[in-house]
Ligand binder design. Structure first.
Ligand SMILES: C[S@@+](CC[C@H](N)C(=O)[O-])C[C@H]1O[C@@H](n2cnc3c(N)ncnc32)[C@H](O)[C@@H]1O
Length: 243
């Protein structure tokens, strides 16, 4: 009788970030479920100008001849753009965990006349990239889905040449925090959108990730943090260097 509420208490504690069990790579934060829907959903008008790709290419030193991986490439929106940016002497490794996306990218690259885009099918903890090969890696809007981010980054690092750059593009959660705070002050209620499927912390959203989290995890995976850049629409780019 005395222990009747124990399971309830445990379940409640489990929702607190501090009580969540660490994953094998030591991280505890909740991650978003990998996108499994339509591959062309990220082909939205205006995306290119929001992400300010010329600045991203400059910070990551991506130009003609670069060997670059697009991790969590989805429908290949970025992979084909990278294909044109690196040109015939460069290579783009469009990496995914879902075969339907790699098949889609293969077709897309062919239709775009690109023979320098090669797809790679990995697993959630092994990107299956060639060792010590890459000059640059880009992770666009996918890092928040990596179930074991530090384990994956460590394997990505092994595929990079020394001095190669890693760019992680995510959307900051600061504006959501402000929105949530304002809504709470006005209505006394926490916005459902920012608590849904999350860890009970009203200031987070599982498709957004603060820069300091990305920075900390990148460093824990052995990268040197180099710089960050604010892009449009809450997007940011975090730049790391492989040792
Ligand atoms: C939100 S989509 C973004 C797709 C693409 N980067 C873009 O922005 O157009 C995230 C992608 O990451 C992939 N993903 C999730 N976990 C992954 C992992 N551990 N390794 C590689 N890709 C992963 C998903 O399959 C999904 O296609």
């Amino acid at each position: 009788m005395r222990f009747r509420f124990l399971p309830l208490l445990c379940a409640a504690l489990w929702t607190l970030p501090a009580c969540a069990a660490p994953k094998p790579d030591g991280t505890v934060r909740q991650t978003a479920s990998p996108w499994t829907g339509a591959p062309d959903v990220f082909d939205v008008p205006g995306r290119e100008s929001k992400l300010q790709l010329p600045l991203v290419y400059r910070d990551l030193k991506i130009g003609p001849g670069t060997k670059v991986a697009d991790i969590g490439a989805g429908g290949g929106w970025l992979s084909v753009r990278l294909g044109f940016q690196v040109g015939p002497t460069g290579t783009v490794y469009a990496q995914e965990i879902l075969p339907k996306f790699t098949a889609y990218i293969d077709r897309r690259a062919k239709l775009s006349g690109l023979s320098n885009v090669k797809t790679i099918l990995g697993t959630p903890t092994d990107p299956k990239l060639p060792a010590n090969t890459l000059d640059a890696v880009v992770i666009l809007n996918a890092y928040h889905e990596f179930e074991q981010p530090i384990a994956l980054l460590t394997k990505i690092r092994a595929a990079m040449k020394s001095g190669a750059r890693l760019g992680i593009l995510e959307r900051d959660d600061e504006s959501l925090r402000r929105e949530a705070r304002r809504a709470y002050e006005k209505t006394g209620r926490i916005l459902r959108r920012v608590t849904e499927r999350n860890d009970g912390n009203p200031i987070t959203d599982d498709h957004r990730l603060a820069l300091d989290v990305v920075r900390r995890e990148g460093e824990r995976a052995g990268f040197r943090f180099l710089s960050s850049r604010q892009l449009r629409d809450d997007n940011y780019l975090a730049v790391f260097v492989a040792p």
